[in-house]
Write a protein that binds this ligand. Structure first.
Ligand SMILES: [Zn+2]
Ligand SMILES: [Zn+2]
Length: 129
């Protein structure tokens, strides 16, 4: 991985994201970053999130419905989205490389990877039923 020098702002935003597994929205990142950099603006946070995404340091998760969520872990991994509380969880399971081959066999395309999301009810929301 390339070791680009990060500005203080980017470093703080990256630290915020790497310190949580909650896949927060930009608003939440902004609230946390302000504790470190009181003068930072929401616009600056958005801009830096985009740059960090382009640098491959973070992932942007967009499930259509609402705001994007950001992930400090840029490696491919699977997610679970709760349809009730909209929280995004990591699913700790090995990547299914077999479906890449399957998709390749089906299409003849060069398959470089896949993204996978699971949907349903998280543990907390099941209890509320
Ligand atoms: Zn839930
Ligand atoms: Zn994740």
């Amino acid at each position: 991985m390339k070791k680009a020098r990060l500005t203080k702002q980017k470093q703080v935003i990256l630290d915020v994201l790497r310190s949580t597994k909650s896949h927060p929205t930009a608003d939440w990142v902004y609230e946390q970053a302000r504790k470190e950099l009181p003068n930072i603006s929401l616009g600056t946070v958005y801009r830096n999130l985009n740059v960090l995404k382009d640098m491959g340091e973070i992932l942007e998760l967009n499930y259509g419905s609402s705001q994007s969520h950001f992930d400090g872990n840029p490696e491919n991994h699977y997610h679970f989205v709760c349809e009730d509380c909209r929280k995004v969880y990591d699913i700790e399971m090995p990547l299914n490389e077999a479906i890449n081959t399957q998709a390749c066999n089906e299409t003849g395309f060069v398959i470089k990877g896949h993204r996978l999301e699971f949907y349903g009810l998280c543990e907390e929301c099941q209890k509320l039923d």
